[in-house]
Design a protein around this ligand. Structure first.
Ligand SMILES: Cc1cc2nc3c(=O)[nH]c(=O)nc-3n(C[C@H](O)[C@H](O)[C@H](O)COP(=O)(O)O)c2cc1C
Length: 355
């Protein structure tokens, strides 16, 4: 029987196990110009025992930044500052992909000095943390055709930068209500041109970004994260099953390294998606009111997923695979330290050996 402690082929790599560190924004990129810090290198290095680390959402362009103190991959200093992070993970034999996250309409002019961009001039309901405190989300500037092409090029450029910075690959953030998900949705994308209107139109940006990034660094080191039926960040998806089946059909020929599913309330759709997707599938199961726990390892044993990703538990347990293998115990995550702050609640969670 295959277990979560067996390796698996992901694109051009073979992982050491099937326990993935899910992407988590931590807002500690305090270096000048949204650059990562030594503390971040320590944090990721501590977690190198994962089969794969997916970093926190990392903006591929200045306007793609949605939150304060998130890192970028669009300037030379950012590329340099990521090198100690990837080196710290490789020193311990780990694999690390950068999550490329363009936040689209989830953002604020005070974060990067410009109006956030989106599919259509539709603001998301809600507020965002800025340096000046919580502020209402604003109506985004709709991207025109040229700006969409430039955005695609930004993703490809950031992917090349990621490789230069030592990353093993990139994960495209198509989930949780950010730019690609906004285009996939039926409430944030009201366009009637080639980038909206129909299923083909709404999936087009994600497909074109995947193609451009695959052409830039090789499909075998590119993953995509999606979250069908997840309403986070004010997303509505009428007919989401048809949309995501069409997306998967369009992506299959590319041969991407993996599909990462952040499962939404429509859990019955997951097996359909898995059946249709021809590559490896990482599942972050739907666990309303709690976080993914040890029981999720069974998803690998039953074949419902090829790998399982952990957010909260990985945040709090740097040696999560060892702890899962031992049946625990687990440190509990302190969410008050999730976004911003110093090393506390970040690099000071003890490993089992030290506990
Ligand atoms: C502090 C925190 C930050 C997160 N940031 C991101 C992110 O940058 N990109 C992303 O795709 N998901 C992000 N997520 C979602 C996680 O990847 C994961 O899907 C979620 O925590 C549910 O999994 P869990 O129950 O294992 O924690 C974040 C979650 C947490 C707790």
């Amino acid at each position: 029987m295959t277990t979560a402690f067996d390796g698996i082929r992901l694109g051009r790599y073979t992982t050491r196990n099937r326990v993935v560190m899910a992407p988590m924004t931590r807002s500690r990129a305090y270096g000048p110009g949204a650059t990562p810090t030594e503390l971040m290198a320590q944090y990721y290095g501590q977690r190198a025992g994962a089969g794969l680390i997916v970093t926190e959402g990392t903006q591929p362009s200045a306007v793609g930044q949605g939150y304060v103190n998130t890192p970028g991959l669009h300037t030379a200093p950012q590329v340099e500052a990521w090198k100690p992070v990837t080196a710290a993970v490789h020193e311990h034999g780990g694999l690390i992909f950068a999550q490329l996250m363009h936040s689209g309409r989830i953002g604020h002019p005070s974060v990067h000095g410009a109006t956030p961009v989106g599919a259509s001039a539709v603001a998301a309901a809600g507020q965002v943390h800025t340096a000046e405190g919580l502020q209402d989300l604003v109506t985004p500037e709709p991207l025109d055709d040229d700006a969409i092409r430039a955005t695609i090029a930004d993703f490809a450029n950031a992917a090349r930068n990621a490789v230069e910075a030592g990353f093993d690959g990139v994960e495209l953030h198509g989930a949780n209500g950010y730019l690609l998900h906004q285009f996939l949705s039926t409430n944030a994308n009201l366009r009637t041109d080639a980038w909206g209107g129909t299923i083909e139109g709404r999936i087009r940006l994600t497909v074109e970004v995947a193609k451009a990034v695959a052409a830039a660094i090789g499909a075998d080191r590119v993953g995509l994260r999606i979250s069908p039926s997840n309403p986070f960040n004010d997303i509505t998806e009428d007919g989401h099953r048809e949309t995501y089946l069409a997306l998967v059909d369009a992506l299959n020929p590319l041969g991407l390294a993996y599909l990462h599913v952040g499962e939404g309330p429509d859990t019955e759709f997951t097996p359909q998606l898995r059946a249709r997707w021809q590559g490896p599938l990482i599942l972050n199961p739907y666990t309303p009111g709690s976080w993914t726990g040890p029981e999720a390892l069974k998803l690998v044993e039953t074949g419902e997923a090829d790998l399982v990703s952990y957010g909260a538990l990985y945040l709090a347990n740097p040696d999560l695979p060892e702890r899962l293998a031992a049946g625990g115990p687990f440190n509990q995550p302190d969410y008050t330290k999730a976004f911003g702050g110093d090393h506390t609640g970040y690099t000071d969670y003890p490993a089992l050996a030290a506990a």
